[in-house]
Design a protein around this ligand. Structure first.
Ligand code: FAD
Ligand code: SF4
Ligand code: SF4
Length: 498
C-alpha cells in the first residue's frame, strides 16, 4: 500500500468511527512526514524544499492532538496561539476558522509555520511527544499552521484587516523585518498613520535577505507586505536612519509622534584570523544577501556578480551556516564543507536543517575550526589551516567549551570560505542617538513595555534581544505597538518630544 493510500484509508476509518477516540487511539496514529523535494534534484534548484502537507495528511496529523486541558504547547509558543483550538478546526475541516484563530495572535503564520524552531518552542512540551518519548513525534504544530495559512492564501481568502478612524498621530517604524512589520500593522490598526523606513531597497528584513528562497519563498513575505500597504502603511526604502536622517530628527524635523526601532542584528562577526581579508572569504550576511536579495542565483537574468566556487567551507553550526552551505550547493559548488568546533549535539541549527543539509551531500567536519587562511598570488583564498578540538567543561552559554588540541594542525584546500559565526547589532542608530541606552553587546535596553531610555522611542526584535527568532521579534513588535497605541491615546500626549 503506498503512503497516500495508507493516509486516505486511515483517515476514512477514523472519520467513520462512531465511538469517540480515546487518547491511546490517537497516540497510535503515525506522525505525518513532510513531503519534500528529492535531495539530488533540489540541490540544483532554488525552489522550496518542504512541499507542505496534503489536506488528508493535515487532518490525520490534527487527529493526533489530545486536546489537553492544560495546553502545555500554548506555553511554549512565544505569542500564545490557541493551538488546540486551531487544530480542532482542522479536524473538522473548517480551515477558515482555524486560520482566524491563529491570526488573533500571529500576523505571519505562513512564515512561522515554515521557520519557527518548533521543536524547542510549541512542540517541545507537547504531551504526545512526551508520551512517545520523542519530541520529533509530538504533534507537528508548525506544519499544521503552515497548512492553514497556505490554504487561506491559495483560496484567495486573505483579507485586509480593518483600520480604525484616523487619529492624526504619526509613527515612524525603523526596519521592515518581522518586528517592524508586526509593530506597523498593530499601530496602523489603531488608526495612527505609519511610515516604515527601510535601509535596503526591498522590505522584509532577514526573511527576505537572509533566509533563502528554498526555505521561505519570498512571495509569501511580499504578500504580507502588500497587506500592510493595503492598510495604508507607507514604506520608504533606501532610507538609512542615522545616515539619511537622524532618529531624533524624525520628531523634530518630520513631526512624528513616536518611533519604533526594529533594526535587527545585521552586523556580521568575523574570526579575526590571519588572511581573513583574502578574496573569496565572505561573511554569511554578504553571501546570503547577494544571493537572496540580489538574486545572484538567477544567472543570466540579474546583474549581481556571483563568485564561482568549487570547494566551499562554511564556518559555524547555526541556521545561518546551514543556509549558506545549502545555498553554495545551489550556486554550483562541487563540494561544500561545514566546519564546526563543537559536536552535532551543540549545533544551534534546527535538526531539520542539519538533516536536509546532510541529505543534500554537505560534508560535516566536527570538532575542527580554521585558524588562518592562505592565499594564492592573486590574493584569492586557496587553503585554510585548521585545528582539531575536544570538549571541556560547559561555558557561559551552557554548551561544553571547545579546547584546541595542541599539534593537531592540518590544511584544508578551499576556494571559498563563508564565515557564519554569528551577528551583532548594527551600531549606527545608537551611535547617532546619544541618549539611547545600549548594553555591553550593543543591544538597545528596553523596559517591559518595549520603551527605550528615550520617551516616545520603543524598540523590539534582534536589536533588543540579539540574534534570535522571527516569532520572538514579532512578539516584541506586538508588545511595543500596544504600548505606543496606549501612549498615543489623547489623554497621555502631553509632553511629547519635538
Ligand atoms: P531583521 O529581520 O534583521 O530586520 C531588520 C531590518 O531593519 C532590516 O531589513 C534592515 O535592513 C533594517 N535596518 C537596519 N538598520 C536600519 C537603519 N538604520 N535604517 C533603516 N532600516 C534599517 N529565525 C527563525 O525563527 N527561524 C529560522 O529558521 C531562522 N533562520 C535564519 C537564517 C538566517 C540566514 C538569518 C540571518 C537569521 C535567521 N533567523 C531565523 C533569525 C531571524 O530571521 C531574526 O531573528 C529576525 O528576522 C529578527 O527580526 P527583526 O525584525 O528584529 O530584524
Ligand atoms: Fe495537542 Fe500537544 Fe497541545 Fe496537547 S500539547 S493540546 S496534544 S498540541
Ligand atoms: Fe509554534 Fe511558532 Fe506557531 Fe507559535 S508561532 S505555534 S511557536 S510554530
Amino acid at each position: 500500500m503506498n503512503g497516500d493510500l495508507r493516509v486516505s484509508t486511515l483517515l476514512e476509518e477514523i472519520d467513520n468511527r462512531t465511538e469517540p477516540m480515546k487518547p491511546r487511539d490517537r497516540l497510535k496514529i503515525p506522525p505525518q512526514a513532510m513531503p519534500q523535494q528529492d535531495p539530488v534534484a533540489r540541490g540544483k534548484n532554488i525552489q522550496e524544499v518542504a512541499l507542505g502537507y496534503t489536506e488528508e495528511q493535515a487532518r490525520l496529523e490534527a487527529y493526533r492532538c489530545l486536546q489537553c486541558k492544560n495546553k502545555p504547547c500554548v506555553e511554549g509558543c512565544p505569542v500564545r496561539i490557541d493551538i488546540p483550538a486551531f487544530i480542532e478546526q482542522i479536524v473538522k475541516g473548517d480551515y477558515q476558522e482555524s486560520i482566524n484563530i491563529i491570526k488573533r495572535n500571529s500576523l505571519l503564520p505562513a512564515v512561522c509555520g515554515r521557520v519557527c524552531p518548533q521543536e524547542v518552542q510549541c512542540q517541545e512540551p507537547c504531551t504526545v511527544g512526551r508520551s512517545l518519548k520523542d519530541v520529533e513525534k509530538g504533534v507537528s504544530i508548525g506544519r499544521l499552521e503552515r497548512f492553514v495559512a497556505d490554504w487561506e492564501r491559495e483560496a484567495g481568502n486573505t483579507r485586509v484587516p480593518p483600520v480604525r478612524l484616523e487619529t492624526g498621530k504619526r509613527v515612524a517604524v525603523i526596519g521592515s523585518g518581522p518586528a517592524g512589520l508586526v509593530a506597523a500593522a498593530d499601530i496602523r490598526r489603531a488608526g495612527h498613520s505609519v511610515t516604515i523606513f527601510e535601509a535596503f531597497h526591498k522590505p522584509g528584513g532577514v526573511m527576505v535577505y537572509g533566509i533563502p528562497e528554498f526555505r521561505l519563498p519570498k512571495a509569501i513575505v511580499q504578500r504580507e507586505i502588500d497587506t500592510l500597504t493595503a492598510m495604508g502603511v507607507e514604506l520608504r526604502t533606501n532610507f538609512v536612519v542615522g545616515k539619511t536622517r537622524k532618529l531624533m530628527d524624525l520628531f523634530a524635523k518630520d513631526g512624528y509622534d513616536a518611533v519604533f526601532i526594529g533594526s535587527g542584528a545585521g552586523l556580521p562577526r568575523f574570526m579575526r584570523a590571519e588572511g581573513e581579508n583574502l578574496v573569496g572569504i565572505f561573511s554569511a550576511n554578504e553571501y546570503l544577501t547577494r544571493t537572496n536579495l540580489m538574486r545572484a542565483y538567477d544567472v543570466g537574468k540579474v546583474d549581481t556578480p556571483i563568485y564561482r566556487s568549487r570547494r566551499v567551507a562554511v564556518l559555524g553550526g547555526g541556521n545561518v551556516a546551514m543556509d549558506s552551505a545549502r545555498m553554495a550547493l545551489r550556486l554550483g559548488a562541487e563540494e561544500v564543507h561545514i566546519v564546526y568546533r563543537r559536536t552535532e549535539v551543540e549545533m544551534p541549527a534546527r535538526n531539520e536543517e542539519i538533516e536536509h543539509a546532510k541529505e543534500e551531500g554537505i560534508q560535516f567536519h566536527l570538532l575542527q575550526n580554521a585558524r588562518r587562511f592562505m592565499g594564492d598570488d592573486r590574493d584569492c583564498v586557496k587553503a585554510m589551516e585548521c585545528l582539531r578540538y575536544e570538549l571541556g567543561e560547559p561555558d557561559a552559554s551552557g554548551r561544553r567549551r571547545p579546547i584546541a588540541i595542541k599539534g593537531s594542525e592540518f590544511v584544508m584546500d578551499v576556494d571559498t570560505v563563508v564565515v557564519a559565526i554569528g551577528n551583532d547589532s548594527n551600531p549606527l542608530i545608537p551611535r547617532t542617538t546619544p541618549d539611547l541606552e545600549v548594553n555591553r553587546w550593543g543591544n538597545i535596553v528596553v523596559e517591559d513595555t518595549g520603551k527605550t531610555s528615550i520617551d516616545y522611542v520603543y524598540a523590539g526584535g534582534d536589536i533588543v534581544s540579539g540574534a534570535a527568532t522571527v516569532i520572538l521579534a514579532m512578539g516584541q513588535g506586538r508588545r511595543a505597538a500596544e504600548s505606543i497605541n496606549s501612549l498615543l491615546s489623547p489623554v497621555k500626549m502631553a509632553g511629547a518630544p519635538g
